[in-house]
Ligand binder design. Structure first.
Ligand code: OOB
Length: 549
């Protein structure tokens, strides 16, 4: 019998055959590809709007035609099925055209973030053995064409630099304009549903991102299930606010969920209220997803009043990092939305609070797995399951969680158990109602002379201080205690800088154990961010080792 579990792409770790059979038998993996989904939507409702940005408005028929036409052109250029192609584009309509062209062709987009630079892109391109990069000329005054040229100089496999050009932009030497490759569509064999559809990058709190191979079958299941949970339909207008290459705005339910449901995808070039709020009004956006620092900005802006009309927005998702209860409580009333917490990872598992959950669940938990076929367990450092309700390490396996990184046995040895469960690196507890509460990453604890202090817990206390807008706790090396507690705080009013004495007094008066008192307070104007806009603890730790206090 033909073994359908055997993938064409070397370096991809398939699901064990018995699980794969079960996922197919249960019709979780339906055998459809992304190209087939788009074709079906375009046939059913050709004139419905699929993609919107400040310059474009494409119907499903137009998007489908563009994808097929670019696929034909890329094939003519010599891009073949299975080729890896770095895609580094800001949030604009062409992102959707490009990825569906690659899906059509069976070439694999490698989803890079606009914030990535040569230090990340070169090793990513090497690890993927990429043959091409598709990017834009410039965005927010950064020269992406020059970055792509640097990557090509350093990565021998990388032959082509293709650019999405704006009106009047010149083509730099050595690059090609994607407009040259919008050919007459041709019939292409296309990929199978069991094939890898793209390479996603790990959220990676340390080092260079790892590559994550996702198949049409497994990713489409997660998209479909997400769209169901978020009740998307053809009236949905999903605003891609976070960088759209990230797993959250891509598929939870994201742009792919909106297209799955026959709705529209709208793009904002940046997530600030000044840019995004008018676009919500203009496009009639119904749902979007934010990381907590952006959700805080939006909430504050809405609380200040006098915004554009945001009444079309029904669901605001927050995820990617822990949303503190203090912020979660304010979001719904400020923006007139239903809040949904999303706890997910590019490796697979995504948890949601449900739209009809009681407010306590929505404010205080990160939800529960989207699929009844997701398996989760909370284990201690020896891999033994903890008493229900206790905190421990979250491990998971399921129909859309990878079984190994792409071509990376060393990372696999660290991140997967012998029987294939993914070690998320997250410390969580599961409440009796089944909802997860994320306490932080395994590393986000300060070990102060043997007493463990949870960064998240202490941050939650600091956020109750009226003079503190945002706070991040990190450990700083100490010769006696091992680590000391450093509180980075962003003041609510830049003129009123909270002092160590005042902060310690405030925390003590909240009835917190003495050993959890911050040892240092560093006032900081802006927190450093990761590529998707999460607060970067890694860079804050770096600041400390460089001696900023
Ligand atoms: C999402 O994906 P990644 O791959 O950038 O990061 C995953 C990690 C998780 O392991 C966890 O440490 C953290 O980000 N995280 C959260 C969280 N959501 C993600 N920590 C606390 N609370 C949350 N709500 O970030 C991602 C992928 C799909 C959907 C949503 C987020």
């Amino acid at each position: 019998m033909l073994d359908l579990t055997e993938p064409a792409l070397a370096g991809f770790t398939p699901w064990p055959a018995d699980l794969a059979d079960r996922y197919r038998a249960q019709n979780l993996w339906t055998g459809e590809t992304f190209g087939e989904v788009l074709a079906a939507r375009a046939a059913a409702a050709p004139d419905r709007i699929a993609v919107l940005d400040t310059a474009n408005s494409w119907s499903y028929a137009e998007l489908h035609h563009r994808a097929r036409s670019l696929a034909a052109g890329l094939a003519r250029l010599g891009i073949t099925p299975g080729d890896r192609v770095l895609v580094q584009l800001p949030n604009r309509a062409e992102f959707v055209e490009v990825i569906f062209a690659l899906f059509e062709l069976g070439a694999l987009p490698v989803f890079c973030l606009p914030a990535h630079r040569a230090a990340e892109l070169v090793p990513i391109a090497e690890a993927a053995a990429a043959t091409a990069v598709i990017t834009c000329r410039t965005h927010q005054r950064f020269d992406y064409a020059a970055l792509a040229a640097t990557v090509r100089e350093n990565v021998p496999s990388l032959r082509h630099v293709l650019l999405v050009l704006d009106e009047g932009q010149e083509l730099p030497e050595g690059a090609r304009d994607i407009a040259e490759f919008r050919d007459e569509p041709v019939e292409l064999p296309g990929p199978s549903a069991g094939d890898v559809a793209f390479l996603q990058l790990s959220g990676g709190s340390t080092g260079i991102p790892k590559l994550i191979a996702r198949t049409h079958d497994d990713y489409l299941y997660s998209v479909r299930r997400s769209a169901e949970i978020c009740e998307l339909d053809s009236d949905t207008v999903y605003l891609a606010t976070l960088p759209v290459a990230h797993n959250f705005p891509m598929s939870s339910p994201g742009i792919l969920g909106a297209l799955w449901a026959g709705g529209a995808v709208a793009m904002t070039p940046d997530p600030t209220p000044a840019t995004a709020f008018p676009l919500i009004e203009r496009f009639g956006v119904t749902i979007t997803g934010l990381v907590p620092p952006v959700a805080r900005l939006w909430t504050e802006r809405a609380e200040a009043g006098d915004t554009p009309d945001l009444s079309s927005l029904r669901i605001l998702q927050v995820g990617g990092a822990r949303c503190q209860d203090e912020l979660a409580r304010r979001i719904g009333p400020a923006l007139g939305v239903t809040l949904q917490q999303v706890f997910g990872m590019a490796e697979g598992l995504v948890c949601y609070t449900r739209l009809d959950d009681p407010i306590d669940v929505v404010v205080s938990t990160q939800g529960r797995p989207m699929s009844e076929f997701d398996q989760i367990a909370v284990v201690d450092d020896n891999g033994v399951e903890v008493v229900p309700g206790e905190q421990g390490n979250l491990i998971t396996q399921g129909p859309y969680t990878i079984r190994g990184y792409y071509d990376n046995p060393e990372a696999d040895a660290r991140s997967f158990t012998a029987d294939g469960w993914y070690r998320t690196g997250d410390i969580v507890s599961i409440r009796p109602d089944g909802n997860l509460v994320v306490a932080g990453r395994a590393g986000d604890w300060v070990n102060r002379g043997g007493e463990k202090v949870s960064a998240e817990e202490l941050e939650a206390h600091l956020l109750e201080h009226p003079g503190i807008r945002d706070a991040v706790i990190v450990g700083t090396p100490d010769p006696v205690l091992g680590q000391r507690i450093c509180a980075f705080v962003q003041p609510a009013d830049p003129e009123q800088r909270p002092t160590l004495t005042a902060v310690r007094k405030f925390v003590r008066e909240r009835g917190v154990a003495a050993w959890k008192m911050p040892d240092a307070v560093v006032v900081i104007e802006e927190f450093p961010e990761t590529g998707v806009g999460k607060t970067s603890r890694k860079e804050l730790r770096q600041l400390l080792t460089e001696g900023v206090h």
